[in-house]
Design a protein. Structure first.
Length: 268
């Protein structure tokens, strides 16, 4: 099984040379001076012109192990609610394989996680993370999981499964949750709402994150991946979360009347 790029030449360059140069430039300009070991990270998934600086600064701040669990969201509503892909990903910068040993453990764990390729076919929330990870970790393999909207108890069940498997294997595994923040609001409104969410993330309060997004009707698309990542990271021993960078699309477009917010967070 081969998963072809769905958003190359739209969200990022499809030409390998151009893509490599863009990512290396973003990493050079935005890299932090030191790296830390992390349980999880939160990264945006817009076009690189909008959110590439946030992704570069966030991912360059941490050690990227060989295996990464990528939690994306299901924008298209196709496939299973909690869908794990076993396909090799044919990306412009080269093939990326799934860690089949870890994937099988997740699928055998009697949890909501099931094998499903349909949910991944057109989904960009995981895809846009991969080129950055390929540059930062040449020996990358992944476990890509796309999540539809589910209840908080199901988030807990999914997170417990992921944390349980990570605790079992004798290798470092990073969890990355893919999300953009508020969508198509004024900068003032988006910043106000996103700050409330980010405060709860920094408090390592996944239930608070889940609840405020729903109660305030905040249009943060990746609430489920973020909730699962935070629950799993806490179970694995995380004690802190730091917002590395927050911005919005207006920084690139100049339009501050209708922005999308972008945040990068490291959970240690």
């Amino acid at each position: 099984m081969i998963r072809q790029p769905a958003v190359a030449d739209r969200f990022y360059p499809g030409n390998p040379t151009q893509l490599s140069q863009q990512i290396k430039t973003l990493l050079t300009v935005n890299a932090l001076p030191s790296k830390r070991k992390a349980f999880a990270a939160i990264c945006p998934h817009a076009g690189y012109i909008y959110s590439g600086r946030v992704a570069a600064e966030t991912l360059s701040a941490i050690e990227i192990p060989k295996t990464v669990v990528l939690l994306g969201l299901n924008h298209h509503g196709q496939g299973a609610p909690v869908a794990l892909s076993l396909a090799d990903w044919h990306m412009p910068l080269g093939e990326v394989s799934v860690n089949h040993k870890v994937a099988k453990m997740l699928l055998d764990a009697n949890s909501p996680i099931v094998h499903d390729e349909v949910a991944h076919k057109y989904e960009h929330s995981i895809e846009v993370q991969i080129p950055f990870l390929q540059v930062l970790q040449p020996d990358l393999n992944i476990i890509p999981i796309v999540l539809s909207h589910v209840s908080y108890p199901m988030c807990e069940e999914i997170a417990a499964t992921i944390a349980g498997v990570i605790n079992t294997v004798s290798e470092d595994i990073l969890i990355i949750a893919s999300t953009d923040m508020s969508h198509y609001e004024s900068r003032e409104s988006a910043t106000l709402k996103d700050t409330q969410v980010l405060q709860r993330i920094e408090q390592l309060n996944p239930r608070g994150v889940y609840d405020i997004v729903h109660s305030k009707r905040i249009s943060m698309c990746g609430i489920i991946p973020v909730s699962v990542a935070l629950i799993a990271a806490k179970s694995l021993g995380a004690t802190s979360a730091e917002v590395i960078r927050y911005t919005d699309s207006g920084e690139a477009s100049g339009d501050t009347n209708q922005v999308v917010g972008y945040a990068g967070v490291v959970v240690c």
